[in-house]
Design a protein around this ligand. Structure first.
Ligand SMILES: [Zn+2]
Length: 268
């Protein structure tokens, strides 16, 4: 009897906690950015200025939720200013502005002033070696995102070169919501996973063939590394050169548009 009572108490507490977290999220999502915050976002993330009017409020709410939930930690002496916080939050919010998908496991973004060194483990049979690589960004499964501020800022300021390290790393975070980072994020409501997989696998195979043949491709050659990198670089292109992606891989564009519930090709 005592055990049953305890179970009911714990169950009730967990329901209450989930409910109050949801309520808190809804309240934060309803908050608006100040004029000063908008001024910084416009100067750091010009793409946000091109959002259609109906996406402005969801964008503001998601920037606010990101800043309430995520600790932005400066590394190697970097001081996290409002410009840095709003640039990164703004770019991360753009990616999910149209969808209910959210970085629910993310609590920390580490920010270095420039490119940073990271350890990479390589396995060749029984031999495991560790080597140091220089990176501009990194996304850990259920763990932090790591960014070079110089490159994160440049990616935000230049919104039409098809390269954006923040969109790239946060695409990995979305991908990881399915339980593993493998190029297959949780689908949007009503989106067919079978169709998604067919489109992405075929486009990836074409991309590998094209890059191996030395042909110029709209999608960055780094996308030929793996399905998850293909997804992340396609997301960069989707927002920054939507027409180029539509021309090169119309089905990939259509699938990303369904997944993220936005159509950047119509924003400009
Ligand atoms: Zn990547």
């Amino acid at each position: 009897m005592l055990f049953l009572g305890l179970l009911i108490l714990i169950g009730g507490f967990l329901i209450w906690r989930a409910r109050s977290k949801r309520q808190w999220q809804q309240e934060v999502l309803a908050s608006r950015l100040t004029d000063e915050e908008w001024r910084i976002i416009r100067s750091q993330v010009p793409l946000a200025h091109k959002l259609p009017p109906e996406l402005k409020e969801p964008f503001e709410g998601k920037v606010a939720l990101f800043l309430s939930q995520v600790d932005l930690v400066g590394c190697d002496g970097l001081e996290v200013t409002d410009d840095i916080a709003l640039s990164i939050a703004g770019q991360a919010a753009l990616l999910v502005v149209g969808t209910d998908a959210w970085y629910k496991h993310l609590t920390t973004v580490l920010i270095y002033p420039g490119a940073f060194k990271s350890k990479q483990t390589l396995q060749d049979g029984y031999v495991v070696t560790e080597e140091e690589v220089v990176r501009l960004g990194e996304s850990w499964s259920r763990g932090p995102v790591v960014l070079s501020w110089r490159d994160a800022q440049h990616g935000g300021l230049n919104d039409s070169d098809g390269l954006n390290v923040v969109l790239h790393e946060f695409a990995h975070q979305l991908d990881d919501l399915s339980g593993q980072t493998d190029g297959a994020p949780p689908m949007a409501e009503g989106q067919s996973f079978a169709r998604w997989a067919q489109v992405i696998i075929e486009a990836y195979d074409r991309h590998v063939t094209n890059t191996q043949a030395g042909r110029r491709t709209a999608i960055d050659a780094y996308g030929a590394t793996s399905h998850e990198e293909f997804f992340a670089v396609a997301v960069e292109l989707f927002f920054e050169k939507p027409h180029a992606l539509q021309d090169a891989e119309p089905e990939v564009y259509a699938q990303l548009s369904k997944l993220l519930n936005v159509d950047p090709a119509s924003w400009r």
